[in-house]
Design a protein around this ligand. Sequence first.
Ligand code: ADP
Ligand code: ADP
Ligand code: MG
Length: 593
Amino acid sequence: MLRVAVIDLDHCQPTKCGTPCIAFCPPVRNKIEAIKMGENGFPIINEELCIGCGICVAKCPFEAIAIVNLPSELGGDLIHQYGVNSFRLYRLPYAEPGTVTGLLGRNGIGKSTALSILAGQLKPNLGKLEDGYGWEEVAKRFRGTLIQDYFKKMSAGMLRVTYKPQNITQIPRAVKGRVREVLTRVAGSKPIDDVVKRLELEHLLDREVSALSGGELQRLAIAAAILRGGDCYIFDEPSSFLDVRQRVRAASAIRSLVGEGARVFVADHDLSFLDYVSDTIFIFYGEPGVYGIVSGPYSLSEGVNTYLEGYAPLENVRFRRYEIAFSAHSPPAPDSAGGPSIYWYRMTKTYGSFRLVVEEGSAKMGEVVGIVGPNGIGKSTFIKLLAGIESDDSGNRIEYRSLSYKPQHPEPRDEIVADALRRAAGKDFDTELYRSELLKPLGLDRLLDRNMMDLSGGELQRVAIAEALSKEAEIYLLDEPSAFLDVEERYVVARLLKRLAREKGAYIFLVEHDLMLIDFAATRLMVFTGQPGIEGHALPPMGMREGFNRFLSELGITFRRDRKSNRPRVNKPDSRLDRIQKEMGEYYYVEAG
Ligand code: ADP
Ligand code: ADP
Ligand code: MG
């Protein structure tokens, strides 16, 4: 057995708790203790002495300690360990020249760690904390594998790696100037027009980088990586902040790199996106924040299906207790002819030079209305009209009875997470069900004592979603909940929404760019068309098949159902199915056959 002990220094508070972990650690072999106070003021667990009794884990009031046993064979596969008692990554993914390798796994499981190693930005220490190895020694450790060749070439300067990091919101701090200048600088002598067009940056060329929105920054970052060029490209979460059309365009721009024989790595949580862009899949499993193991390579469809199943055949390991399952048929919209519905009249809303026209429409009790459309087309504006936060151009304000609203960009308040959630959930907050169905799956059990002002973007998002879903209401409005969430968390949110709709007869509106999530949760679809930033047109909710046909025909992409898992899959452009479906006008539901 390989014993791995991790102390999460973000949660460990030795001055507050009086270190029961040290006090209760049973002495081994006459008095030697496995936990001692370290020089950094935090406890340190000696993994060789630790007997894995679990007392310290149970005694820690902040859930800061994790101790797991792994098969000892894994020891030789340790790639990197950030410090004593901290996160460990076992094994690495690799990409063959001329292929795109997709990385799938939970938040905090080591994807970015692996990618920054492959980018040459983080030198793996192979678990040796004192002083690291040189790249040559690292390469030797992978003797006889493709990774050895990769590291050898990289350390000799024979492999140029281009890296689009996960966090793009920091770009404006490091990169100054206008979009055109930034792109021409990285492109050198190459023309930029083609890439600019592919990523739809034409109208932004004269804009200052500091004035770009999240989706615009993301496209700039992807374009810059492509223009910089190289033998290997790494894209860490490229779909964030992009709408569906932009995701498709970004994916095809990334795919086009393999034509030149490049190796490409992509980590992402949008399964449709990853499915569209990848040739091969590596799965990261383990325990977020504690350890991550890389499994693969899998073929594309096998990899995604394996991930959904939660069982890694190569290691014979079940890494998730449940399976993420899709149904083969479009969900029936609740049949409530004559039953309770909510209505809205035709509305217009103007902001300066932008105008949104909302067609008259209604939602039925117990349904989840998925809302799709490009960025800047008025989806959030519609949600705010429904929420009664904004009035329409004629000054009318909708006043529905009770509603719960998760804005696209939740604002932090000066409040402790537990207090905020208790206020939202009432007496449910203290139930085991609330803990097991909401707090734990969204990883909020460990944030309860934190102030909302101190949370990261992803943490705040999860708190805001939990808050919105906990409230007792008739109408739930969720504006882009999937941002920052991993596949598991998206699935949890989707399941909770379905249950709220079904069991409480709620009316739910879900604005989303992750089509897998829409497919999973929505019963009907509301499509927004028009010209982003200029005019938006909100059609009334329609059946899933009609709605997706409407939406996807404008994008020019078609979906089929995976035979095994029933999940929707994007057809490769101009493939046989793509052509047949376009001819039939069936962009979405071709049932698995
Ligand atoms: P992912 O990309 O899969 O979300 P990461 O590779 O970013 O995961 O992080 C994996 C784990 O490593 C996390 O628990 C994270 O807190 C930890 N980690 C990342 N960078 C560092 C660092 N510089 N020092 C210590 N721990 C780190
Ligand atoms: P979406 O949610 O589809 O991305 P939004 O509803 O957020 O689109 O925005 C639609 C358009 O309205 C955008 O051009 C945006 O800049 C503009 N807009 C939204 N809110 C305001 C506001 N409060 N003041 C001025 N313009 C706004
Ligand atoms: Mg990451």
